[in-house]
Design a protein around this ligand. Structure first.
Ligand SMILES: *Cc1c(COP(=O)(O)O)cnc(C)c1O
Length: 375
């Protein structure tokens, strides 16, 4: 029996192997490993993809958030609003800067930051970081309005949402990463756009923020030998940029296939057991980085799928406020019940552009078989 992985990084490489190999070879021949021309090319292409005026290549998605916060002047004693359910990298850079994450409850349908919960607890926050979790945009129209009233800039954590869109009631479409003051992307290998190691990007329409982030990512350099501030070593290397440019050309097509697979899952899994399927809000075009279902029998279903050779996953089993790393913030079980329910019940099924219809049917059959025998 062939295993179906949760994400197939190898299949994605094989789709582009010849072009990627040539791009890597060309960087090696040039030996411009740091800030070669491929970095400028990728930054221009990614800014165009995100429809922002600037994209700055950085060392990782976490570095992108770190730089965004630093560029906005977040520092010791500040508080930054972060959703209670996300990958810990949304919160860590807040702590690196001596600031403190203020966790905010999530929306029960989309797992994004709940605008009403933000509104109730926004007093005194220096910045707000909504996350487009699983590829579904957070409710940025409401979140940016609430944040603006409090004078807090919005940093989008778009690490899982390359190419997702926010549709306005006026017919406008904004690509994720271009709605808030700054957008942060990760190109971790398994993301919708994945590099061959660590890489990330910051997007913005503000030329001053872009210039500041360019300076901060490279040791606070103004000229080769002059450092105007204590910066960071947060550069994207040229090899990653070269690989990413090749893969960027098929990102939109990959996202379309993900949406097709998500629609098929939603049609085929409807009415099975107590499964709650993901929804797409009217304002949102998700890029389904993950297809996340919920069930009270999550752990048993996960064990069943694993035994059937299906790589299901959990994103994420411990909400941020209950992570041991944040024990000093003294949160307790019950502080964010929606986030806690997600952590208990969420299960990610395989989804990636190379997943075939036949493979997807095997996943659906295995899920159905579990509920038929378990009930
Ligand atoms: C992947 C991810 C990050 C961090 O990205 P890295 O490139 O791994 O540093 C941040 N936030 C979210 C929501 C992510 O999924």
């Amino acid at each position: 029996m062939l295993r179906i992985p949760l994400v197939d990084v190898k299949a994605s490489y094989h789709r582009h192997a010849a072009a990627i190999d040539a791009a890597i070879r060309s960087v090696i021949e040039s030996t411009a490993f740091i800030h070669g021309k491929e970095l400028d090319e990728f930054e221009a292409a990614f800014a165009a993809f995100c429809e922002t005026s600037h994209a700055v290549g950085v060392g990782s998605g976490t570095a992108a958030i770190h730089l965004a916060l630093a560029a906005l002047g977040v520092g010791p004693g500040d508080e930054v609003a972060v959703p209670a359910q996300s990958f810990i990298a949304t919160a860590e850079p807040v702590s690196w800067l001596g600031a403190r994450p203020r966790f905010i409850e999530i929306d029960p349908d989309t797992a994004g930051m709940d605008p009403d919960a933000l509104k109730a607890d926004i007093d005194g926050v220096k910045a707000v970081i909504p996350v487009h979790l699983y590829g579904h945009p957070a409710d940025l129209a409401r979140i940016t309005e609430i944040a603006a009233m409090a004078g807090a800039p919005v940093i989008e954590d778009a690490a899982q949402a390359h190419g997702a869109c926010i549709l306005g009631s006026d017919g406008s479409t904004v690509v994720a990463g271009g709605y808030g003051a700054i957008g942060c992307f990760s190109f971790f290998p398994g993301k919708n756009l994945g590099s061959f190691g660590d890489a990330g990007a910051v997007t913005t329409n503000d030329p001053d923020l872009a210039a500041k982030i360019r300076m901060l990512r490279n040791h606070g350099r103004r000229t080769r030998y002059e450092h105007v501030t204590v910066g960071y070593a947060h550069r994207m290397d040229t090899l990653q940029a070269a690989v990413l440019s090749v893969k960027l050309a098929t990102l939109a097509e990959g996202n379309r296939r993900r949406r097709e697979l998500a629609a098929a899952y939603t049609a085929k899994l409807a009415g099975i057991g107590d499964l709650v399927l993901p929804v797409e809000r009217a304002y949102a075009r998700s890029v389904y980085h993950l297809y996340v279902v919920r069930t009270s029998r999550r752990d048993a279903l996960l064990a069943h799928l694993t035994a059937a050779g299906i790589g299901a996953g959990v994103h994420y089993p411990i909400p941020l406020h209950l992570q041991p790393a944040y024990a000093a913030l003294r949160h307790r079980v019950g502080d964010f019940p929606v986030a806690e329910a997600y952590a208990r019940e969420c299960l990610s099924l395989p989804i990636y552009p190379e997943l075939t219809d036949e493979q997807q049917d095997r996943v659906v059959d295995a899920v159905r078989a579990y509920f038929e025998t378990a009930s």
